[in-house]
Write a protein that binds this ligand. Structure first.
Ligand code: ADP
Ligand code: MG
Length: 251
């Protein structure tokens, strides 16, 4: 049965989208059928895998009842598909807030296709608002990308409280897949301290794989392909491949 993993952290620029796209690509390369769901109105995940963002999107699925199957797009990677998002989704935030069961829209949509995928990966916007809560409610696992810098820790407590609240009230099935360090620079003392401190606290909830800061990872999105099709031998590519192996074992 398919696993739904949501990538959440209310801080922007911590590597949620980069991790969703590239982990998805390596899960697909390992032969898994993978569906990326872009649930951020910025649509970065969509464009980073070359989706046509002007076509019907997750917004139309969630608010107009268009079947999700009609908006799934292929990517250049075999086994990797995407449900695109665009700025329209900003409206969903407002439109859904009045609805009953407003936290369950994404879950209901994904329930209808759950069985057909090995992994469904949901990328969230940088907030703990209704879209992210929908993501947490729809998921079996939450994966938290954490940038190796001092302020990274600041928001973590609030994120964990939100996860606990969702577990208690909305989705008891949700578990924490783990924390993954991103943009790690081994030369900085601070990065090493953050890794130490978080690992001491969260222990085996921390993924062994650490994603280094790697310029190729930031270049690939502008080519509309994941890192495995842009530069498969760079350190960023190798680490996302390793992370995929770890995720397959854990999740
Ligand atoms: P988020 O989705 O959390 O806002 P992104 O994945 O979009 O974060 O990453 C923010 C920026 O940092 C993007 O420009 C991205 O290309 C870049 N980036 C992400 N991960 C890395 C990395 N490991 N090394 C270098 N640049 C990265
Ligand atoms: Mg993002």
């Amino acid at each position: 049965m398919g696993k739904v993993i949501v990538f959440a952290n209310q801080k922007g620029g911590v590597g949620k989208t980069t991790t969703t796209a590239n982990l998805g690509a390596y899960l697909a390369e390992a032969g898994k059928r993978v569906l990326l769901v872009d649930f951020d109105p910025q649509g970065n995940l969509s464009s980073s895998v070359g989706a046509h963002v002007e076509e019907d999107s997750i917004y139309d699925v969630v608010t107009k009842g268009i079947p999700i199957k009609e908006v799934i797009q292929e990517t250049t990677v075999k086994n990797l598909f995407v449900v695109p998002s665009n700025i329209d989704l900003t409206g969903a935030n407002v439109e859904l807030i009045e609805e009953k069961e407003r936290e369950f829209f994404l879950k209901k949509v994904l329930n209808s296709i759950h069985e057909e995928w090995d992994y469904i990966l949901i990328d969230c916007p940088p907030s703990l608002g209704l879209l992210t809560v929908n993501g947490l409610v729809a998921a079996d696992y939450v994966l938290v990308p954490l940038q190796c810098e001092y302020f990274a820790l600041e928001g973590l407590t609030l994120l964990l409280q939100t996860i606990q609240r969702v577990q208690k009230n909305l989705n008891p099935e949700l578990s924490i897949a783990g924390i993954v360090f991103t943009m790690y620079d081994s030369r900085t003392k601070l990065a090493n301290e953050v890794v130490q401190e978080v690992t001491n606290y969260f222990k085996d909830k921390v993924f062994r794989t650490i994603i280094p800061r790697n310029i190729r990872l930031s270049e690939a999105p502008s080519h509309g392909v994941p890192i495995n099709q842009y530069n498969a031998s760079c350190s960023g590519a190798r680490s996302y491949k390793e992370l995929a192996e770890e995720v397959i074992k854990r999740v």
